[in-house]
Design a protein around this ligand. Sequence first.
Ligand code: ZN
Length: 451
Amino acid sequence: MKRLIFSLITLTVLLAIMTLTAYASPQSGYQLAEQPIIKVGIWSNQSNVLVSADTRFAITNEKTKEILGTFPGKEKVSITVNNEQIFLNGKPVLATSLKVEPSLTDGNHYVEVNRKQYRGTITLHRTTGKMGLTVVNTLPLEQYLYGIVPDEMPSEWPAEAVKAQAVAARTFALYNLHKHAADGYDVCATVDCQVYGGKSSETEQATKAVDSTYGQVILYNEKPIQAFFHSSSGGFTENSENVWGTAFPYLRAVADYDQKSPASKWEKNLLPADLSAALKREGYNIGEVRAIELSVLQSPPVSDPDRGISGRVKSIRMIGDKGSATLTGTKFRTLFGLKSTLFDIKVIIPLDKSVDVRITDSYGDREMKSIEINLPPRQETGLLNEKQNIRRITGRPGEMIVVTGSGWGHGLGLSQWGAKGMAEKGPAGDPTYFKEILKHYYQSTVIKKVY
Ligand SMILES: [Zn+2]
């Protein structure tokens, strides 16, 4: 009995120590004291900007805080710049930076710039090294996301997909917070950072997705990740080093669920002369292109040295009559406006697209009708084709380079169509499923509320 009591006491003490240790351990990891404020560069180098607000508003000298004018709601005020001098409604002002803010700051009011609405405040300063004005919208990060998510993903998509997008967008913003520091703001409002449309873009569903994931961020090694996302990968995402050279341990190739994407299959035809001309314009002096060297696209995982695991083209060689040049897949994609670098190439001579046939209708009348046909195009064979990855351009009339590809975007991280596909098949009514989506596309990460 004594022995049992002793054991119980020992166990209780042990448990108490374990509990205390758990609570007493110092708070480690990434945590912010409060929600960050973000500065979004919405326009640059503007010569004339029209500002207003839905309520009474003030325009101040941002540096000295001096009030330069107060205006009734809806009144439009013109701000212009000429030779370093800023003008307010045509009158010169002694200020290098102006701030526009509604006099009521309860969060329900907005400033209008060139007829678009923005939460928070607007500041205007001269664009570095240029003649015009830079317009910056300063607001809390969560309100910024309200104006991001609807422009990045359709709001009517499944809630868990929109929530995944919201968390990816929040993480992306935190990672890139100082990207445009030299221009006087944190992030820009275009695809270079994230497309931001302000209050004018907001939707009820996207705002709900932002609110229900408040402060949640994707972390790897207790740091916000580079949360790249794209429209659809074409079946398989890619390792980051195979697209942009940098290996991020969480941007790994995974199977995608983007089969319903309208870009899951695409085709682009190029004329050999246009290919040669485009390469010449870019400074590749290889003359007329005679052949293209690229391995034949196989199903993933792909191990050809000129392709990534998903099959994305890492390098493609152009062989001309005066020399040859090797381009990266990304360069080739940009040059010809392709949706992705996941493609294959064929050189063909198309046959006639229709034939005339004599048909007899139900009344016995006869007529000629042109009927569309879909015959497989004749493929070129030649001596150079002994090597399967060489596609020879012979220069015969009508010859065409057919690029057939899959997916839209760089293929790194979250695939938006894949997130939609996962959410549609995911457990109904599970409000945490967005985490599964994110952990699939960003490997070995954790989702954590950081403020
Ligand atoms: Zn940017």
